[in-house]
Design a protein around this ligand. Sequence first.
Ligand SMILES: NC(=O)c1ccc[n+]([C@@H]2O[C@H](COP(=O)([O-])OP(=O)(O)OC[C@H]3O[C@@H](n4cnc5c(N)ncnc54)[C@H](O)[C@@H]3O)[C@@H](O)[C@H]2O)c1
Length: 268
Amino acid sequence: MGRLNAKVCIVTGGGSGIGRASALAFAREDATVIVADIRGEAAEATAQAVRDSGGVVRAMTVDVGEESDLERMIGQTVADFGRIDVLFNNALYVNRDHAMRDMDFLAFDPEIFLANLRVNVLGAVLASKLAIPHMLERKAGSIISTSSGSSMGGDITAYSYGSSKAALNWFVQSIAATYGKQGIRSNAILPGPTQTPAKLEWSTPEMDRLFLDVLNTPFIGEPEDIAAMALFLASDESRYVNGMLYPVDGGQSCTVPFISVTRKLANG
Ligand SMILES: NC(=O)c1ccc[n+]([C@@H]2O[C@H](COP(=O)([O-])OP(=O)(O)OC[C@H]3O[C@@H](n4cnc5c(N)ncnc54)[C@H](O)[C@@H]3O)[C@@H](O)[C@H]2O)c1
């Protein structure tokens, strides 16, 4: 019997990176996995990989920014499998042009801000709102949301992205407080730099060298490193864990911010 023992788990943004690695990890531990992604073909590719390894899986084309899509995702899951044990809110707003324009505060654009909120915050909040009644019927459920290390402090870039993740943290903890007594848990994972297709698109080898300077591990994390935490939070092993914001960031947040300066001085 696997660690998830036939739990019904929805993973949004399951077509790539952390979502894909998590869908595969959940399936390896005997979960039934619903892979939801705005790119239907990417969701199907993850689903095929799960099927190939003998898992039970369903792929769905879902834009988490559309409440009607979320209603279909939740409704179809309950119709097909009878319940929802785990909701992993992991999709993020992707728009290269918006990401570039989000780097200059004096060009701050409400349209970009609202687009990030729509997917990164509302997507998770509305999916939770729709899943919770089904979880309440069974007095059990685990909601996991992928936030970001960027949510924990100010920055000089990615204003709309960072603030959306900070808002997400508030909902993660408020849902935990609102429904914890009724058996529902809500936790967030705050990844540091992680070698997913999303990151590989914008990072350079020079940036990776600088990232390594602020990490306290000898490597930059892989999607599987984040999936390992998602698996723990999805399983009953974490039954006493609620409302937590977990950095999985190579120790990035355990030191003073000027660690790279100190390291350089210490190493001569
Ligand atoms: N990779 C990192 O370094 C890093 C660091 C911190 C936080 N994160 C967070 O991790 C999560 C996963 O990111 P990733 O790096 O694996 O990205 P990724 O691009 O590899 O995967 C994201 C997936 O989300 C899907 N998606 C985009 N918009 C969607 C929508 N509206 N509805 C449904 N699906 C949608 C994409 O098609 C893609 O398959 C995100 O929430 C991101 O903010 C990543």
